[in-house]
Design a protein around this ligand. Structure first.
Ligand code: AMP
Ligand code: MN
Ligand code: MN
Ligand code: MN
Length: 286
């Protein structure tokens, strides 16, 4: 059987729970032939991932999921097939990771005010890479320490905008992010477009228009964060805006991920895939 592509996944270098080696082994065992590791604001796992992919005979795409914003609306932009040694991109991501550390302290302070002490220390026990601290690490701590029963409860009670553990954070501007990804030779893909708070835009169409006008290359059409009914909606929007289409499970962990590697449907043949001119994507057609 032909292999499938999965261009969105996380390891312990950000908020995934698997080591890079285990992630690559799992992807291979589930029939993934073209894989990208896209840790949040962090490219430190890419060299190891490339090595593991080559050992397993997997085609490899370097990646990163950049925390960005436009009109004060946070969004995630995947940089795919880029040079992870690019100094400008590395410097920008380093700055974002520093901001994450300050944000984590603010989150912890604000949770303490709400009566839940010491959550930063708790979250850090779940963060194997202390340079990359995410709301996910707080969520794991709040569930395992019995404050909440589930991730859903943590986010809806504490970590969403307007809730006690949520503090505002400025991320890289969307246009700057796209430029940085292009500067590193990569393609910029808007991740899970169905999952944003779009009050400032009046709808996802306007966000996609702005992303396209800023030079964005592609959009995640098939991903676990979307309901299957949204796949057709985003396929239509990709065609309307002339964006390339991408696919990814956004795998974080066995326990937390909604779909398994290899279980997403293939992209519709009437979309132009983000990998359309990548030689390593031959494995999807052979
Ligand atoms: P951060 O980048 O630190 O703001 O954290 C965002 C991460 O939290 C995402 O990448 C997801 O892994 C996770 N996340 C966000 N919202 C939810 C949710 N409602 N349920 C579970 N995980 C979520
Ligand atoms: Mn995440
Ligand atoms: Mn994301
Ligand atoms: Mn992700």
């Amino acid at each position: 059987m032909k292999g499938v592509a999965d261009l969105h996944s996380h390891s312990r270098y950000s908020d995934g729970t698997l080591t890079v080696a285990d992630l690559v082994t799992l992807a291979k065992s589930r029939g993934v032939a073209l894989l990208a590791l896209t840790d949040h604001d962090e490219m430190a796992g890419l060299a190891e991932a490339k090595r593991c992919a080559s050992e397993h005979g997997l085609q490899w795409v370097s990646g990163v999921e950049v925390s960005a914003e436009t009109r004060r609306t946070p969004m995630h932009i995947l940089g795919l097939r880029l040079d992870e040694h690019n100094p400008a991109l590395q410097a920008a991501l380093h700055e974002t990771r520093e901001k994450r550390k300050h944000r984590a302290q603010r989150m912890s302070d604000s949770l303490a005010e709400a009566g839940i002490p010491d959550t930063l220390a708790g979250a850090l026990t779940y963060a194997p890479n202390p340079d990359l601290i995410s709301r996910t690490h707080f969520a794991r701590h709040l569930v395992d320490s019995g404050v909440c029963h589930s991730f859903g409860e943590v986010f809806s009670r504490f970590l969403k905008p307007g809730k006690p553990g949520y503090t505002k954070q400025e991320w890289l501007p969307m246009a700057t992010t796209i430029q940085l990804i292009h500067g590193a030779g990569g393609r910029a893909v808007l991740a899970h477009p169905g999952r944003y708070e779009l009050d400032q835009f009046g709808g996802v169409d306007a966000l996609l228009r702005e992303f396209t006008d800023a030079g964005g290359d592609g959009v995640e059409v098939v991903c676990a964060a979307h309901h299957p009914s949204e796949w057709a909606q985003f396929a239509a929007l990709a065609r309307r805006f002339g964006l390339l289409a991408s696919i990814g499970s956004d795998f974080h962990s066995h326990a937390e991920s909604r779909v398994k590697f290899g279980d997403l449907p293939r992209l519709s043949p009437n979309l132009k895939p983000i990998w359309h001119d990548w030689p390593e994507a031959e494995c999807l057609y052979a």
